[in-house]
Design a protein around this ligand. Structure first.
Ligand code: MF3
Ligand code: CO
Ligand code: CO
Length: 265
């Protein structure tokens, strides 16, 4: 079991390539952050992501990925993930997750943040806080050769404590020269995750999606991308790319401006 992911263990050159990809992606998030505010439409956020990435001679990974039409995902309020940027104008009270993924010299960086727009409800703020805390609790649960299920155990414990639910259909993933590869990183414990361990050199994302109400999801019938909560209540998410090292987890997508571990919304 320990060797299941040995073919994905990165050497020091490859680790540096992933560090570079994560660093660029984080720099893009820092550039974007001040633009995500009331009155801005999600299509303009996409345009900023697209142009900044091309200006730096890198590639937006989501564009044309299995037919996805844009260079980032923008998921507003009850949208859990994979929202397609368009003409929706952000208004006070909204929460929006912006998920950006870049390809830098063939290597991927992937991260997302949920932004509070103007004055938001207690539920919207609470679920956003919980999603950020769950991301860091997941990261802090990691140790070299530790179990994948340690992540889900930590996340479910925190979500349950606050009466929120954890999405199951969409999971974190291995990341390297491909967008979605092994290992699968569920944000809840299951039998497979209990049997799998993460050795040094493995790169992956943690990206918990936390719901105010039910964990059940609905895929949009017309666009076949947008994933919503079944009950229409809010959902929030944060994502980092993480490299397991001999010393423990290293976050590759740390931004200059945060939000960092322990941030209070
Ligand atoms: N960035 C998302 C993730 O964290 C995946 C988006 S794929 C897309 O895995 F096709 F919906 F863009
Ligand atoms: Co991801
Ligand atoms: Co992502």
């Amino acid at each position: 079991m320990l060797l299941r992911f040995s073919h994905l263990q990165l050497n020091s050159t490859d680790r540096d390539a992933m560090r570079k990809a994560g660093k660029f992606n984080a720099q893009l998030m820092d550039f974007l952050r001040p633009h995500v505010r009331e009155g801005v439409d999600t299509g303009s956020i996409n345009k900023l992501v697209h142009e900044y990435t091309l200006d730096h001679c890198h590639c937006p990974a989501t564009l044309n990925y299995h037919g996805f039409p844009k260079s980032c995902c923008t998921s507003v309020n009850e949208v859990i993930c994979h929202g397609i940027p368009g003409d929706y104008i952000l208004k006070s009270g909204d929460i929006v997750n912006v998920d950006i993924t870049s390809i830098v010299d063939g290597w991927f960086g992937d991260q997302s943040e949920t932004f509070l727009i103007g004055e938001v409800s207690d539920d919207a703020r609470g679920v956003t806080q919980c999603a950020l805390d769950c991301l860091y609790l997941g990261i802090d649960s990691l140790q070299p050769n530790g179990r994948v299920s340690d992540i889900g155990d930590a996340i479910v414990r925190e979500a349950q404590r606050l009466g929120y639910s954890v999405v199951r259909e969409y999971v974190g993933h291995g990341l390297g020269t491909q967008f979605h590869q092994d290992p699968s990183i569920p944000h809840y414990p299951n039998r497979q995750a209990r049997s799998e361990r993460i050795p040094p050199g493995i790169c992956f994302t943690i990206e918990p999606m936390i719901n105010v109400g039910t964990r059940q999801t609905v895929l949009d019938k017309s666009d076949q991308w947008t994933v919503r909560t079944r009950d229409g209540k809010h959902s929030a998410q944060f994502e980092h790319t993480v490299l397991m090292t001999e010393q423990g987890p290293e976050i590759l997508t740390t931004t200059k401006d945060g939000p960092f571990r322990g941030h209070k919304f």
